[in-house]
Design a protein around this ligand. Sequence first.
Ligand code: FAD
Ligand code: NAD
Length: 407
Amino acid sequence: MKRPNVVILGAGYGGIMTAVNLQKTLGVNEANITLVNKHNYHYQSTWLHEGAAGTLHHDKIRIPINDVIQPSKVNFIKDTVVEIKPQEKTVILEKGEPLSYDYLVIGLGFESETFGIKGLKEYAYSITSINSVRLIREHIEVCFAQYNNEVEKREELLTIVVGGAGFTGIEFLGELANRIPELCDEYDIDRKKVRVVCVEAAPTALPGFNQALVEYAMNHLEQRGVEFKIGTAIKECTPDGIIVSKDEVVEEIKAATVVWAAGVRGNSIVEKSGFEAMRGRVKVQPDLRAPGYDEVFIVGDCALLINEEINRPYPPTAQIAIQMADTCAANLAALIRGKEGELKAFVPDIKGTVCSLGHDDAMGVVFGNHQLYGTQASIMKKMIDNRYLWKLGGLSLVLKKGKLNFF
Ligand code: FAD
Ligand code: NAD
């Protein structure tokens, strides 16, 4: 019998864990598995803010794909997906020949969502990939280096604006608060001259999250020099900074660095390929297949899943992407083995949310409603990260890339 072609697009959490699960579950003669990714490495998006601030080298964040897949079981292609043609069961790549599939897994992840706000695409940075965060780290360093080389000493060179106080914005601020004193020492700059401003449109930081934890995060970040502008929306980004508005009062904040961390969407290739999607996210069936395409699975941030308890979508998270990969791989194996009746529905098991506030501080809720603060929360966050590495590549990967410095 012909072996089915399984093609997995994207080696983020959802894609790479589907590939790793399949290589454990299926025998070499059961399927031809192909994984396609833009780069020859998998990166942990959940650590990108550390690379952006310069508190963690980007090589710690990325993992060579060949370190975790077995070439005898998974064929890796380094290429960029340009389009999926679901009617023809084909994937168009930038460089290579089109790939045909019997089963497809879409795990192309997230992109920055700028909501059409003027100037953001041109002048703001975003925390979305290894390349984007290397640029942020370098840019901030160049600004600090430039400051003392100019006669007029422009303070905007030392002003960093972070758009959005969602989890990404808050975690990035925590890292910046650690990094700024180091940069000030390195470039002979008075810490008081540096401004780190977070602009959040909603009436609170981390809208919808536990208020006591939000206050803890804001207080701790403020004590470390972060300025919050809450209830203030970014209206425009310019080469000189941002224009914000609060209660219809418009203000300009001059800044050489603007980092937009105020929203994500699913990969635009999904819509471009004709799938019905909301901001790049397809409302998947319970077994994670795309409506109308029984051979197409969608995992991670390109999948939209409704939390029936509150009738709202689950937030796009790595936690859910990893769990989806387990269900997706099990369902693929069932289909390949002709056991369609054994397809499982995906049921997320949300273990909690922990938000880091720098190297040794964090806060969050775990195991139902148990609140954690400070060092305890920070250790928990590192354990969550190490657990993922264990699942992906075992002890050797934990030892190579794990967070083993708990204090
Ligand atoms: P992604 O991780 O986005 O990976 C997509 C992959 O596809 C990448 O390898 C990319 O290179 C590749 N790709 C994209 N386009 C193409 C193309 N055209 N061709 C080929 N390859 C392509 N969630 C949590 O649960 N906990 C956290 O603590 C947490 N922290 C976060 C911190 C930050 C700074 C950010 C930005 C997000 C965080 N998240 C966290 C959210 C989490 O990172 C995402 O939900 C998760 O990365 C989604 O995983 P994914 O598998 O869908 O895809
Ligand atoms: P988000 O959508 O969760 O937060 C974006 C924030 O930007 C919101 O608070 C929003 O009110 C604000 N905003 C939107 N438009 C604005 C404007 N014009 N001006 C000012 N503020 C504006 O996005 P995110 O923080 O990037 O998170 C993306 C996903 O990743 C979420 O699902 C999140 O849960 C997940 N994540 C989780 C963790 C963690 O668990 N530790 C960390 C980072 C991200």
